[in-house]
Design a protein around this ligand. Structure first.
Ligand code: NAP
Length: 417
């Protein structure tokens, strides 16, 4: 065919199903580890082969997530070195754990999608033949689980990406490519945190504290709580962020900059320092009640800042309530005053992305228009580093950011000077 070529420029489209040899990809290399703005560079590489249970997707748009801030920095995990120790040959990382696109090729054993299907991709991967999964363990709790486009290579910051068949979900037909690429990682993570740990699931009338209300996770969490009939109370670091949280459905918003007791607990035997800490935590509890409109405590605290906020979260959560956590953005050495944990029978629950069913439930909520992807801003393919830099500096706009890959580059907004 005349238009069958070895590589296509961004904006050109190969014939449906024709797989070129080479592609454009935004790569992180070890020698570029550091701030995201310097870590990514567009290069030409081979299109990877497709395994029997795998799907090759022509990426229309990708999502920006915090995990590729970590990948760019090379810490807490050198993702390239880690994979090489496991036998991988590639000396580069293609990040990108969110995408929308078109199924372009598939392995012999794939039956759930066809060439030409428009899909949204979820980032949880695992070995379906792993002994623990065959024994009935939840796929995201399997020892084989890993995150596509972070722990595994060939993510969505490239013209083609490779995924396992179960990572494909129908694209919401009403949404643009970029809006479709924005929500799955944060949305499905928030969905599992709020619906995946019974009996601590959000229900009608339940107050829920959501840290980082304008963040990727927070914007999804507020809406999920709202849709369950719960009462989301968001925390942010600037009053300019209040309006967005209220629009998402928060009943109240707290400015964390009004408090100073963040970080690790003082020595419990240091009465003066501990008393000061209790004053700060108590004032935060009063602020929560004020935002709620009555004296009360959250049934669930939606955690991800980690070290800075865990002591407060454990103190604040209601008796027999749950602090559910999926990250430690501010640090990993979090202190728990165990007296509050056992005497008040609280639960401290780890949570990581979502299984296929949970990702599909979240996708259905988006398709039905009940949850908005909260797309904040769309970047061009060569601005992947810039979008991650904004996230690294906590200077990104409220919601979820997306990047145009093969989708037409119109509709993008200007970068700040
Ligand atoms: P994000 O868009 O940057 O939002 C995080 C929010 O946290 C920020 O908006 C910020 O809001 C708040 N924050 C930052 N530092 C804080 C501190 N010291 N104390 C209190 N709040 C603080 O990022 P995201 O996409 O929501 O992701 C958040 C974290 O979760 C990242 O570490 C990411 O890697 C992780 N994550 C994990 C999973 C998983 O499956 N395990 C999935 C998604 C994300 P304010 O400054 O306004 O308070």
């Amino acid at each position: 065919m005349a238009d069958e070529k070895d590589i296509y420029a961004l904006g050109e489209t190969p014939p449906l199903g024709y797989v070129p040899q080479r592609m454009h990809a935004s790569l992180i290399r070890e020698e570029r580890f550091g701030e995201p703005k310097d870590a990514f560079a567009v290069e030409e590489i081979d299109v990877p082969p497709v395994g029997p249970k795998e799907v090759l997707v022509w990426v229309m748009a990708a999502g920006t997530n915090y995990n590729n801030v970590w990948a760019a920095l090379g810490t807490p995990l050198n993702v390239i070195g880690q994979r090489q120790r496991g036998g991988a040959e590639e000396d580069f990382h293609i990040g990108g754990s969110d995408a929308s696109g078109v199924v372009w090729a598939k392995g012999d054993e794939v039956t759930n999608v066809d060439i030409g299907d428009e899909v949204v991709l979820s980032c949880g991967r695992w070995d379906e033949d792993a002994a623990d999964i065959k024994a009935g363990v939840d796929s995201m709790s399997s020892s084989s689980n890993h995150i596509w486009g972070y722990e595994s290579n060939w993510g969505s910051f490239a013209q083609f990406t490779i995924v396992d068949h179960y990572q494909c979900h129908p694209k919401p037909p009403q949404l643009s490519w970029e809006a479709s690429a924005a929500y799955m990682l944060t949305g499905a993570t928030a969905w599992r945190m709020l619906h995946g740990w019974p009996p601590h699931v959000v229900e009608e009338g339940d107050p829920v504290l959501v840290w980082g209300g304008t963040g990727g996770l927070g914007s999804m969490a507020i809406q999920i709580v709202r849709e369950a009939g719960g009462i989301p109370i968001a925390v942010v670091s600037d009053e300019a962020k209040f309006e967005f949280c209220l629009q998402m459905g928060a009943q109240g918003v707290i400015n964390r900059k009004e408090f100073e007791h963040w970080g690790r607990l003082p020595d419990i035997d240091d009465a003066e320092a501990f008393g000061e800490w209790m004053k700060g935590a108590g004032a935060f509890r009063n602020k929560f009640s004020e935002a709620l409109g009555r004296r009360g405590a959250p049934k669930i605290v939606f955690e991800h800042p980690g070290e800075a906020t865990i002591p407060t979260s454990i103190f604040l959560v209601d008796n027999a309530g749950m602090v559910v956590i999926c990250a430690g953005t501010s640090g990993y050495n979090a202190d728990v005053d165990l007296r509050y944990l056992w005497m008040r029978q609280k639960r401290f629950q780890g949570s990581h992305f979502a299984n296929t069913q949970q990702a599909r439930e979240l996708n259905d909520m988006i398709t039905e228009g009940r949850i908005d992807p909260a797309l904040s801003r769309t970047f061009q393919f060569d601005e992947i580093g810039a979008s991650h830099q904004l996230m690294y500096e906590n200077a990104h706009p409220p919601g979820n950011m997306a990047i145009l890959v093969n989708a037409p580059q119109e509709g993008m907004t200007e970068l700040p000077a």
